[in-house]
Design a binder for this molecule. Structure first.
Ligand SMILES: C[S@@+](CC[C@H](N)C(=O)[O-])C[C@H]1O[C@@H](n2cnc3c(N)ncnc32)[C@H](O)[C@@H]1O
Length: 285
């Protein structure tokens, strides 16, 4: 669903990040510098409002998580959700002395979300490499090479960028796992290459994932699921776990639900799920 651009978006986002634009291409191979500890790194691509990755990060303090979201308004929603969940904001502080509700961003203590660890040389003075294409096209979306980074917890950062080529953002073997949850289905054939499970993207994931690392994929869209299974098969990925009705299965992944997942499963829709590995240890069905 297309998200309406929120009022005062840039101003609100600036509360969460000091550096409005970082050359994410220059973070390649260095993402772990943003976290308290160097530990295995997992990325969710298209995190939406962030519920899934917040729960994952809380459950696994021994892992680091990067939540990537290309839409600025959705990113703000994710940051607001993270602030509500992670900061001890009292009910009373949400009301100003005149009895009106205070704008939420006023409640976020200064500096709390800012990624103070961003290396100086990651912040571009002008247009950085990967971002040049988007800047030239004046696109609304930030390209893979350029984005904003928001540190939400010792083991979780949000990155506001649109992934076109994952190899522009991460170096070889940098990730230990990828999550794709309810990725945009791009139903028209001519847009198939934009699907995040298209073979073109899978080749990039294989490059940035450590050998034999998992990619978990969930969707309510049967056509997208079937398409994705075929792309995994063609690209030599193995399927380790698979369900056409995740919430009636024993898969552990049903514990961590996204906003879309909650919505669709509450409507009685089955959720399709698979865990794939780039090494062909389990033959794809
Ligand atoms: C259908 S929503 C699902 C959101 C969330 N994963 C969930 O399950 O609730 C897909 C999200 O992915 C984001 N997205 C799609 N393609 C992307 C890309 N190439 N890079 C970054 N974000 C992307 C969209 O902006 C949108 O917020």
């Amino acid at each position: 669903m297309r998200q309406r651009k929120l009022k005062g978006l840039e101003e609100k986002l600036s509360v969460y990040a000091e550096n409005s634009s970082v050359c994410t291409g220059r973070m390649k191979g260095r993402w772990n510098e943003l976290f308290d500890s160097r530990q295995p790194l997992f990325a969710e691509l298209g995190c939406g409002k962030g519920q899934f990755i917040l729960s994952r990060a809380e459950a696994r303090p021994d892992r680091n998580f990067i939540a990537v979201e290309g839409n600025d308004s959705v990113m703000l929603r994710a940051l607001q959700k993270a602030a509500r969940r992670l900061l001890p904001l009292s009910e009373e502080s949400a009301v100003s002395p005149d009895g009106n509700e205070r704008p939420f961003e006023e409640l976020v203590p200064e500096g709390v979300f800012q990624a103070e660890r961003i290396p100086e040389d990651a912040v571009p003075e002008g247009i950085c490499e990967g971002g040049a294409r988007e800047a030239a096209g004046a696109g609304k979306r930030r390209g893979s090479g350029k984005g904003r980074i928001f540190r939400a917890a010792p083991n979780l950062v949000f990155v506001n960028m649109y992934i076109r080529d994952i190899k522009e953002c991460f170096s070889e073997n940098e990730l230990s796992g990828i999550y794709l949850n309810f990725s945009d289905p791009w139903p028209k054939d001519r847009h198939a290459k934009r699907r995040l499970t298209h073979a073109g993207y899978l080749a990039g994931y294989r490059h940035v994932l450590m050998p034999d690392s998992p990619l978990e994929f969930k969707t309510d869209n049967k056509e997208l699921f079937l398409f994705s299974m075929e792309e995994f098969r063609k690209s030599g990925w193995g399927i380790e776990e698979y369900s056409e009705d995740l919430h009636r299965s024993n898969c552990e992944s049903k514990r961590f639900q996204t906003e879309y997942e909650e919505k669709f499963s509450s409507l009685g829709k089955p959720i399709y799920y698979c865990r794939a590995r780039s090494a062909d240890v389990f033959p794809a069905r």
